[in-house]
Design a protein around this ligand. Structure first.
Ligand SMILES: [Zn+2]
Length: 201
């Protein structure tokens, strides 16, 4: 074990920061030091914002999105079209598509993809809730905005099968999404084009 360079509270802060995506041990040390130096301007408000978000964050019981209200901001937005639901694997994909701002639709977050090898089956994902939303009526199109991976496509086929009797259009993202590509890493222009030129599944 390496020698400690600071008290246990600071060491713990660095260890936890190092587990944040995008930060490693080195960046975590820099971030911790920066916070300590900017105690009033940054550390205190960040700490308060984290405590407040932690206290209020919840999963939307309608779509599976995370927000501080249930139903979430998107589900309760009266300006969005009810007829189109964009199905995504993860909240990160929802945020990526919203950044692209190509559609004014509702969403459904699956919480992953079908992966028999990893023991992830239909009941482990938010698929039943999706079928119920479609069956309740008012939906004319499902856009399957899943990643272009084997698991993503397997999941897309399964969902298409589940809603096949419900008389709705099922589409998927078109060109621009590379095979094996993850939506969160695509630029807004590519995502927007892929949404607009979607094809029937
Ligand atoms: Zn929602």
């Amino acid at each position: 074990m390496s020698k400690s360079i600071a008290g246990p509270e600071i060491e713990r802060l660095i260890q936890l920061l190092a587990r944040v995506p995008g930060l490693g041990p080195r960046s975590a040390r820099r971030a911790a030091l920066h916070l300590i130096k900017k105690k009033e301007q940054l550390f205190a408000p960040l700490s308060a914002a984290m405590a407040e978000a932690l206290d209020r964050v919840r999963v939307c019981s309608t779509c599976g999105n995370v927000d501080t209200s249930d139903p979430c901001t998107i589900c309760t937005d009266p300006r969005r079209e009810d007829g189109t639901i964009i199905v995504v694997e993860d909240v990160a994909d929802l945020w990526a598509l919203e950044r692209a701002a190509a559609m004014n639709a509702r969403y459904h977050v699956l919480g992953g993809t079908l992966s028999p090898l990893d023991g992830v089956g239909p009941d482990d994902l938010n698929i039943k809730g999706l079928v119920e939303r479609v069956a309740a009526g008012g939906v004319s199109e499902l856009i399957l905005a899943v990643n272009a991976t084997v698991e993503g496509q397997t999941t897309a086929h399964y969902i298409t099968d589940q809603v096949s009797d419900l008389g709705i259009k099922v589409t998927r993202l078109a060109h621009g999404v590379p095979v094996g590509g993850e939506l969160d890493y695509l630029d807004e222009g590519t995502l927007s084009a892929a949404l607009k030129s979607r094809t029937t599944f």
